[in-house]
Design a protein around this ligand. Structure first.
Ligand code: PMP
Ligand code: GLN
Length: 388
C-alpha cells in the first residue's frame, strides 16, 4: 500500500463529525451551515435534474457556468478572465487542489505551506513527491514576515499554497501580505495555488483581494473557489478554478483523470446563483457576521479568550489563557462529556505546533449556537473547578 495514505489518520473533520453524530452533540466542528441554503438555487438544481441534461458535460465545465464564473469575478473582484481558456469547473475545491498540485510539481520540488495548513494540502503535496517547507503562523494575528518567507523560499521552490481568508484561523490577509508573498514568487519563479474558497465570507466591511488582482501574479496564480462555500451548500462540491491558459492546460490534464466531470445539474444551478444581485451576497455576509457576533459575545461572557475572526465560518479561542494545554484533550472531553464538537487547531500543524487553539463554527441557527454556549458554560465551569 502507499505509505503516505496508509499512515494517515482520518481527517479531523470526519472524526469530530462522527463523534458528534454518535453522541448527538451540537456540531460546531466541521464547517457547514445548518440552514438549507438558498431556495432559488436549489430549485434550479431540481429543475435541471428533472428537465435538463444529465449526461457527461464537458470536462472543463458547462459553458454557461464557465462564463458565469468569469462574469462573477469581474463583478466582485475586478478580474478580466477569458472563460474558454482560463476557467475550469471541478468536483469541489478539494479536487481542484489535487489537480493543481499533481499538475504542477515534479518529485523533489519544494512547496511552501503555511501552518495551520488546511488538512488536504500536505498529503497531496507528499503524494505528488513534493517536499514541504513550512511557515508557522501564530495567533492572534497569524501574519508572516519577510524573514519567514526568506527562510523557506529558494531555487528549488516551485509552488506555494496560500489560503486566504485563512481556515482555520478566520483571518483575511491585507494587500501588503499578498504583495510580500508575490515578491518571493516573482523572485524565485514560483506558482501560487491560491485557495480563496472563503472569498465571499469576509466581515466588518473588509474586501477580499484575490492574488490574481496583483499584476505580477496574473500569470503565476491558480485561483480556487468553491460554490459550496459561496452558496452555503457545502455538500455540492463544485470547485471553480481560474488560471492563465498555460497553467490551465496542465491542470486540466490532471483533472481529466481525477473526476473528469462534475454533475451538470448542479453546474446549471451554480451558474444561476453566481449571477445573483450583489444584495444577495451582502445579505449572506451580514447574516454570518451577525451569527459570529452573537456567538463571540456568548463565548466572551462565559470567559473564553476569543481570537478575533475576520472571515470564514470560524472563530478560535485560546484555551492556554484558561490554563489548559492540550487542544485535542479539550475537544475530546468537550464532545464526549458536554456534547459539543469543536476542532483542535493543532491538527493543522506538522511541526512547531500551536496546541492551545480550538476552532468553533458559528455558521448555525441562533438556537444551535445558544445551546452550544449553554453546554460550553457547564464545561468551562468544570474545567475551572478541576484546576483549583
Ligand atoms: N479549502 C479550504 C480552505 C476549505 O476550508 C475547504 C472546505 N471548507 C476546501 C478547500 C474544500 O472545499 P470543497 O468542499 O469545495 O472541496
Ligand atoms: N472545510 C470544512 C471545514 O473546515 C470541512 C471540509 C471537510 O470536511 N473536508 O470544516
Amino acid at each position: 500500500m502507499n505509505t503516505i495514505f496508509a499512515n494517515l489518520p482520518t481527517t479531523i473533520f470526519e472524526v469530530m463529525s462522527q463523534a458528534a453524530r454518535d453522541r448527538q452533540a451540537i456540531n460546531l466542528g466541521q464547517g457547514f451551515p445548518d440552514d438549507p441554503g438558498p431556495e432559488d438555487v436549489r430549485a434550479k438544481a431540481a429543475d435541471a435534474t428533472l428537465n435538463g441534461y444529465n449526461q457527461y458535460p464537458s470536462m472543463m465545465g458547462i459553458p454557461e457556468l464557465r462564463q458565469a464564473i468569469a462574469d462573477h469575478y469581474a463583478r466582485f473582484q475586478g478580474l478580466k478572465i477569458d472563460a474558454p481558456t482560463e476557467v475550469m469547473v471541478t468536483s469541489g475545491a478539494t479536487e481542484a487542489l489535487a489537480g493543481a498540485i499533481f499538475g504542477m510539481i515534479e518529485p523533489g520540488d519544494e512547496v511552501v505551506l503555511f501552518q495551520p495548513t488546511y488538512d488536504a494540502y500536505v498529503p497531496l503535496v507528499l503524494r505528488a513527491g513534493g517536499v514541504p517547507r513550512y511557515v508557522a503562523l501564530k495567533p492572534p494575528h497569524w501574519t508572516f514576515t519577510q524573514e519567514d518567507l526568506a527562510g523557506v523560499f529558494n531555487e528549488k521552490t516551485k509552488l506555494v499554497l496560500f489560503n486566504n481568508p485563512l481556515n482555520p484561523s478566520g483571518i483575511v490577509y491585507e494587500r501588503s501580505q499578498l504583495e510580500l508573498l508575490a515578491s518571493f514568487c516573482e523572485h524565485f519563479d514560483v506558482t501560487a495555488v491560491c485557495d480563496e474558497v472563503w472569498e465571499h465570507l469576509v466581515y466588518d466591511g473588509r474586501r477580499h483581494i484575490s492574488m490574481l488582482e496583483l499584476p505580477n501574479m496574473r500569470e503565476r496564480t491558480i485561483k480556487i473557489g468553491s460554490a459550496g462555500k459561496i452558496f452555503s451548500l457545502t455538500g455540492w462540491k463544485i470547485g471553480l478554478v481560474v488560471a492563465a491558459p498555460h497553467l490551465m492546460k496542465v491542470i486540466a490534464k490532471s483533472h481529466q483523470f481525477l473526476t473528469f466531470t462534475t454533475p451538470p445539474n448542479l453546474q446549471v444551478a451554480v451558474a444561476y446563483g453566481l449571477g445573483k444581485e450583489a444584495s444577495y451576497f451582502d445579505q449572506m455576509r451580514a447574516n454570518f457576521q451577525r451569527s459570529r457576533d452573537r456567538f463571540c459575545k456568548g463565548l466572551i461572557e462565559r470567559g473564553f479568550p476569543v481570537i478575533a475572526s475576520q472571515g470564514t465560518y470560524f472563530v478560535n479561542v485560546d484555551i492556554g489563557q484558561l490554563g489548559l494545554e492540550d487542544d485535542v484533550a479539550f475537544c475530546t472531553k468537550l464532545v464526549e462529556h458536554y456534547g459539543v464538537a469543536a476542532i483542535p487547531v493543532s491538527a493543522f500543524y506538522v511541526q512547531d505546533h500551536v496546541r492551545t487553539v480550538v476552532r468553533f463554527c458559528f455558521a448555525k441557527k441562533d438556537e444551535t449556537l445558544d445551546e452550544g454556549l449553554r453546554r460550553l458554560e457547564t464545561a468551562v465551569a468544570d474545567f475551572k473547578k478541576e484546576r483549583r
